[in-house]
Design a protein around this ligand. Structure first.
Ligand SMILES: [Zn+2]
Length: 341
């Protein structure tokens, strides 16, 4: 039995607030579990007991609304280190019903902050975006799972699950089965020109059995404060060799120390330029041409920061190279030209 199934089983049999424990022997390779939940104190009586997971196997991250704002966000940083440094094997995003973050409008928020003496003028301009206010608990979990899955900081073999917990009963509703997502990604691989390699290699975990299959590299010793730089450097360092047969379309790995080349808020804009019905060729940071690949693969490269505004892209069949940022113009011109024929 796999960890998620064991958790759901334990949860559905939970009565009197005492869930049968997930037998660690059965799922030893999947523990510890890394979970992100909301800060709502009503969850305290259920977690982790209602999941059937021992506290010693449970790495619990919390933030208001269990929100992940992007693949490189602050919460992502903690999730990544929970896996890389603390050995977390699977990730569970736990949303919950009746979330106050969902029920709070920007206007409510302003009123509440004003009551605390917080001046509007000193707050971020876009409160909705800054606080990640959302309209649906389910959608919020799906989005968080998507961001974690797309994050270059999370190894491609770490399952990322999503559930919604009933705040009254502790009962879980399954929203995303991370094993299925992984299997779908694997089985889809041969059909696309650039399959699993488009995912960055996983970061070796300290003293884990799985390490040996990933590679002989040992995870170096470092202070927590240095960890992020180290993880980033390692991701950059590993991608060329571990993905030698691999498209490396963007220049990201060549710029180790700096911030990610694509500001997180630019990614949705770039993604919007991609016409889902087309195929694309891309010139990578190594100067090689990749593709044609389906739009979905290009979107993933953009999401991973491997293709940015400057990456040369060609809509397959047009014969014209443009910068990714100008893709919209290229598509418009082409369809205009095609109509005139
Ligand atoms: Zn909440």
């Amino acid at each position: 039995m796999r960890l998620l199934d064991a958790i759901l089983n334990a949860n559905s049999r939970a009565t009197d607030g005492k869930a049968p424990l997930v037998t660690p022997d059965q799922v030893a390779d999947s523990l510890p579990l890394v979970a992100l939940s909301c800060i709502d104190a009503r969850l305290n009586r259920f977690i982790p007991e209602a999941l059937g997971v021992l506290e010693s196997h449970f790495i619990w991250l919390r933030n208001a609304g269990n929100i992940i704002t992007g693949p490189m966000s602050s919460t992502m940083r903690s999730l990544a280190l929970a896996c890389a440094v603390k050995g977390g094997k699977e990730i569970l995003i736990i949303g919950h019903t009746d979330c106050l973050v969902r029920k709070t409008s920007t206007l409510d928020l302003l009123g509440k902050f004003a009551a605390l003496g917080v001046e509007r003028s000193r707050m971020p301009e876009n409160l909705q975006e800054y606080f990640g206010l959302f309209a649906s608990e389910r959608q919020n979990v799906l989005k968080a799972v998507e961001h974690v899955r797309a994050s270059p900081l999370i190894g491609p073999r770490v399952p990322v699950h999503g559930v919604l917990m009933d705040i009254e009963t502790g009962k879980l509703e399954l929203l995303v089965n991370g094993y299925q997502t992984l299997e779908a990604a694997t089985s889809a691989a041969p059909k696309t020109a650039a399959p699993a390699q488009t995912i960055l290699p996983s970061i070796p975990l300290a003293a884990s059995k799985d390490n040996q299959s990933i590679g002989e590299m040992q995870f170096p010793q470092f202070k927590i404060g240095d960890a992020m730089q180290q993880v980033k450097a390692m991701v950059n360092e590993m991608s060329p060799q571990a993905t030698s047969a691999t498209p490396k379309p963007a220049s990201t790995p060549a710029k180790p120390a700096g911030p990610p080349p694509v500001p997180a808020d630019a990614i949705p804009n770039l993604k919007r330029l991609v016409d889902l019905s087309r195929q694309y060729r891309v010139i990578g940071g190594d100067g090689k041409q990749y593709g044609p690949v389906p739009a979905s693969v290009l979107l993933r490269w953009i999401g991973d920061g491997r293709a940015d505004a400057e990456t040369p892209v060609q809509v397959d069949g047009t014969g014209t190279w443009v910068k990714l940022a100008q893709l919209g113009d290229a598509l418009r011109q082409h369809s205009h030209g095609a109509r005139r024929k």
